[in-house]
Design a protein around this ligand. Structure first.
Ligand SMILES: [Zn+2]
Ligand SMILES: [Zn+2]
Length: 148
């Protein structure tokens, strides 16, 4: 098949292979075609090019090899600012609780600074005896001391 004229640049509609569309018209066609009741939500759109439409399974495979993605990534690399040597944002909220000043009796104070942390760490101890909990707290104190 000779392809000498630009009019040979036809593509098959992903919704219906019987729709042969000029490549330049595909975007418009897809918008129209995707509104057809039978096509509604049938195909997912490639995040890199709205003309790339696939069913969910094919899209997974397509995204890995999408030519648009490759060019987008090249573009992004080009646009990228030179890396600023900023320290990583410290997201961790340090525990201010002083275990040594704590009464030895387990207390429940919902407003305590580290309550969330404590609840997560000790949630497995729920319903355990006092001595088990005290043991746990002693362990925690040691753990905390080691961090100093
Ligand atoms: Zn179509
Ligand atoms: Zn694509």
């Amino acid at each position: 098949m000779a392809s000498t004229s630009k009019f040979d640049d036809f593509v098959a509609c992903p919704y219906n292979k019987a729709h042969i569309v000029l490549r330049g018209r595909l975007t418009k066609h897809l918008v129209r075609c995707s509104r057809n009741a039978e096509n509604l939500n049938k195909l997912l759109t490639c995040p890199f090019n709205e003309n790339h439409r696939f069913d969910a399974q094919q899209l997974q495979a397509h995204i890995k090899i999408c030519p648009e993605r490759a060019s987008l990534e090249r573009q992004a690399q080009k646009d990228e600012q030179p890396a600023v040597d900023a320290p990583a944002t410290q997201m961790l909220i340090e525990c201010e609780e002083d275990w040594d000043n704590e009464p030895d009796v387990p207390t429940y104070n919902p407003s305590a600074y580290c309550e969330e942390n404590l609840v997560i760490r000790s949630s497995g101890l729920h319903g355990q005896s006092k001595s088990v909990r005290r043991n746990f707290r002693a362990q925690e104190r040691r753990r905390f001391a080691e961090k100093q």
